[in-house]
Design a protein around this ligand. Structure first.
Ligand SMILES: [Zn+2]
Length: 477
């Protein structure tokens, strides 16, 4: 921790003047047609657009939460007058990262039980700890902790599934972060809803409440094909058809799941879900580790967004998702951290680096999952996997202004030959300097503007005491 503090402090000292405010706007200038709210000015703009433009000494202009121009700095600054300027000279300017799979309140269970397989980890530790501790208050505290960590690491959109998701939505909106949030429904009593009808009534209210919100998209999240019955999965699909709400779920995470679903339904998980009409272009499926070629094609044909979680899959020894094959088949594929209880952080930089290296190792081919592909998984392709590519994922006119300024002057980034290589193989979350979401600066030069970091840590430590006491004697750890 102290090492991080030092690095942050050092960075502040080294970067003399990084944000300029209150640029004089003369009466004449105010009348000029190109007045905008914000310009991110200078730096290497890595757009992730269709041409994959990289603009040296570029700029991004923002008005009313949207990007209005991306181009050479001289051109953008010549066309627009801004109320505020983020000076990104010497930095990379990239689209906000998209964390495609989280259970954000589980940040409070970080490190509670490690070095176990998914089944033992879930049934012996996570489910009991959740039953005894998860309240709305817990969820709010855990969400704030996760949000602070994600903003610090340049994540601007995340896709979550947990309980009390309405409270997650409130905290997320308050922090100014974008999210696709799925209320978890499952065939046993959970902290917020004790029966299936109660859970679906919650989902109905939740989806209705957030409809049309600029930051929050509310969704329904059936836990997995082995914890939700066929009848309930069909009900979720009709709910999604009726309301347009996305459906977030876990699919084919472990070999055991494949064996259990095959035994109970006579088909592998993706085949079974396709057969019962569950899959649609509104589905987001996390993990998708154990797939046949036929199942990869079913995911592609049904327009399912898949989310790869390499660090969680490695830690729980769940297996290696067939990412190179999925990319070749054109499956919509993003990247996620999974909950911080199985990772044990929400760091998308580590996830990019791991994704690139894991598939080289497992396929014995260093050419698969290039640095550029890994960055795309965490940005534009992540947006596609969440079915949000019309709004986010790249720096292009018309998209929401989710922009991250990443320092490129740390020792571990010196010297620089290729920006994609640096972003994926050398950059750390602590290199992220400034974060803009929906045109609003939520972190400025490593200072969080929408969350109280000291209070968040204090609450998290107090909850840790409660969790530890609640498990004393039951787990023997
Ligand atoms: Zn998960």
């Amino acid at each position: 921790m102290s090492r991080h503090r030092f690095r942050t402090f050092a960075a502040c000292v080294l970067i003399s003047q990084t944000i300029l405010f209150g640029l004089p706007v003369s009466a004449a200038a105010a009348q000029r047609p190109g007045r905008v709210d914000l310009i991110v000015s200078g730096g290497t703009v890595v757009t992730l657009d269709a041409q994959r433009r990289v603009i040296e000494d570029g700029a991004v202009a923002v008005a009313d939460g949207r990007i209005v121009a991306v181009g050479a700095r001289a051109e953008v600054v010549g066309r627009f007058t801004a109320r505020a300027v983020v000076d990104a000279r010497g930095a990379a300017v990239i689209p906000g990262l998209v964390n495609g799979h989280t259970h954000v309140p589980m940040s409070l269970f970080r490190g509670i039980a490690d070095d176990l397989d998914l089944n033992e980890w879930l049934t012996k530790y996570i489910f009991p700890a959740e039953a005894k501790n998860v309240t709305e208050e817990f969820v709010r505290a855990g969400t704030q902790l996760g949000l602070a960590e994600m903003i610090r690491g340049g994540t601007t959109t995340y896709c979550d599934m947990y309980y009390f998701e309405d409270a997650v939505a409130e905290e997320t909106e308050r922090a100014g972060v974008r999210a696709l949030l799925g209320e978890t429904v499952i065939d046993f009593p959970v902290p917020d809803n004790k029966t299936w009808p109660d859970a679906m009534a919650y989902v109905e209210r939740f989806v209705k409440r957030w409809k049309g919100n600029r930051l929050i998209t509310a969704a329904v999240a059936p836990h997995a094909p082995y914890t939700v019955s066929e009848a309930h999965l069909r009900e979720v699909r009709s709910f999604s058809d009726r309301t347009g709400a996305p459906v977030v779920t876990h699919v084919a995470e472990t070999r055991k799941e494949v064996e259990d679903v095959t035994r109970d339904h006579g088909a592998r998980p993706v085949e079974y879900l396709a057969r019962i009409g569950f899959l649609s272009p509104r589905t987001v499926a996390a993990h998708t580790v154990h797939l046949t070629e036929g199942e990869i094609n079913l995911l592609k044909q049904n327009g399912v967004g898949c989310v790869h979680n390499p660090q969680s899959n490695m830690k729980l020894a769940s297996g290696v998702a067939p990412v190179p094959q999925m990319l070749r088949a054109g499956v919509l594929l993003g990247l996620g951290t999974d909950g911080a209880a199985s990772n044990n952080d929400l760091d998308m930089w580590e996830e990019m680096d791991t994704a690139a290296k894991l598939h080289k190792l497992s396929s014995n081919d260093p050419k698969v999952v290039t640095a550029e592909e890994a960055l795309a998984l965490a940005t534009i392709n992540g947006a596609r996997a969440l079915h949000m590519e019309g709004q986010i994922g790249s720096l292009e006119g018309g998209k929401r202004a989710d922009i991250v300024v990443v320092g490129l002057d740390s020792l571990h980034q010196t010297p620089r030959y290729n920006v994609y290589s640096h972003l994926v193989y050398a950059t750390k979350a602590s290199d992220v300097r400034t974060v803009v979401i929906e045109g609003r600066v939520v972190m400025r030069e490593r200072r969080l503007l929408t969350l109280n970091e000291a209070l968040i840590k204090q609450k998290a430590r107090a909850i840790r005491e409660r969790v530890t006491r609640s498990l004393a004697g039951s787990s023997g750890r």
